[in-house]
Design a protein around this ligand. Structure first.
Ligand code: SF4
Ligand code: MG
Length: 326
């Protein structure tokens, strides 16, 4: 199957007063058509910044994509101008976030916010867009769709707002949906419903999903392929079954030690001692070495690179060097 999204050697940096933060450091990943790829990692791992880089949302004086290639359907997004990017964003690539309120306009009615992309990208008349907006509200499982269309965001619950965000995201039938912790703020039952719905839309439309989460229960439920990030780097990746059955990186092993419980929200997943290193104090090393029970001398002075580890997995760890000749 073809790759809808191909990220190669992506680096995204933030310039702070104390120095440069390499939030995303030489990251690569692919998402094939109809596939769900999960990026998993603790906060500060760079997973959200990776997604924002794809959407062209890392801008301004402090943050910028410092290098690499982000190809969507073969088009290098980093070479597109603002307007060209706008025709893709919200249309062929859509994004949903953890907090719907940050993306919805508080002073516009729900129906109007659903109509906007249909009018802009699909060139629908107002009348047709209104009709489709109401249909979409029904499709995300909300009853009394007309009444909801005439409501303001503050009149709806968090779960309903996230459904509306999904309705907006799928309104233009995107090829790729990027979902950044879409269910983290919701209770367990609603979370399961939203994930089911995303999977159903994916099955019906053939879209691909790049799903960002810290929750291995969500990964187990949703992912075809998993990318584990740590301190801005990919440390392990592989098909979901292989990775859960045979994690190879000590970090992934640590994550999996606190066994994911399907359909149960986990705020504090990680029992790995220690913390993610200060991004301003990174030295050439395995960034996990302070927390790793297997740390060797080489781990403190040289950075392992991501290499084939068999079984379709890739791992960046010096322990893996014995099995893969250099
Ligand atoms: Fe642990 Fe060394 Fe592997 Fe890093 S490279 S995860 S410190 S064994
Ligand atoms: Mg995040």
């Amino acid at each position: 199957m073809s790759n809808v999204l191909e990220i190669e050697h992506l680096s995204t940096h933030f310039h702070t007063e104390e120095g440069v933060v390499r939030a995303v450091d030489d990251v690569g990943l692919q998402v094939r058509q109809g596939e769900i790829v999960c990026i998993v990692g603790e906060s500060g791992s760079g997973k959200s910044i990776t997604a924002m880089s794809v959407m062209g949302l890392v801008e301004g004086p402090a943050g910028r994509v410092a290098g690499g290639r982000i190809a969507f359907d073969g088009i290098d997004l980093l070479k597109l101008g603002r307007n060209e990017l706008r025709t893709i964003r919200g249309n062929e690539i859509a994004m949903i976030f953890q907090e719907p309120m940050t993306s919805l306009n508080p002073v516009l009615k729900i129906g109007e916010q659903l109509m906007e992309p249909l009018i802009e990208h699909r060139k629908m008349s107002k009348k047709a867009a209104r009709k489709r907006a109401i249909e979409l509200i029904g499709e995300v499982g909300i009853s009394r769709a007309e009444q909801i269309a005439d409501s303001y965001p503050h009149e709806l619950s968090g779960g309903m707002l996230q459904r509306i965000m999904i309705a907006i995201a799928i309104s233009c039938e995107p090829k790729l949906l990027i979902a950044d912790e879409p269910t983290t703020a919701l209770d367990v039952t609603i979370q399961a419903q939203i994930l089911d719905m995303l999977r159903r839309f994916k099955e019906e439309s053939g879209m691909s999903i790049l799903l960002i989460t810290h929750d291995l229960g969500v990964v187990a439920e949703m992912a075809d392929y998993v990318v584990v990030m740590y301190a801005g780097k990919v440390v392990e990746e592989g098909e979901v079954v292989a990775l859960f059955e045979n994690p190879q990186h000590p970090y992934t092993k640590g994550l999996l030690k606190s066994k994911p419980i399907i359909n149960q929200r986990q705020d504090e997943l990680y029992s790995i001692p220690g913390q993610v290193p200060n991004p301003l104090e990174l030295t050439p090393s395995c960034y996990f070495h302070d927390r790793c029970a297997y740390c060797m001398d080489i781990c403190r002075t040289q950075q392992p690179v991501l290499k084939d580890a068999g079984n379709g997995q890739k791992v960046a760890c010096w322990l893996n060097e014995e099995v893969t000749p250099v």
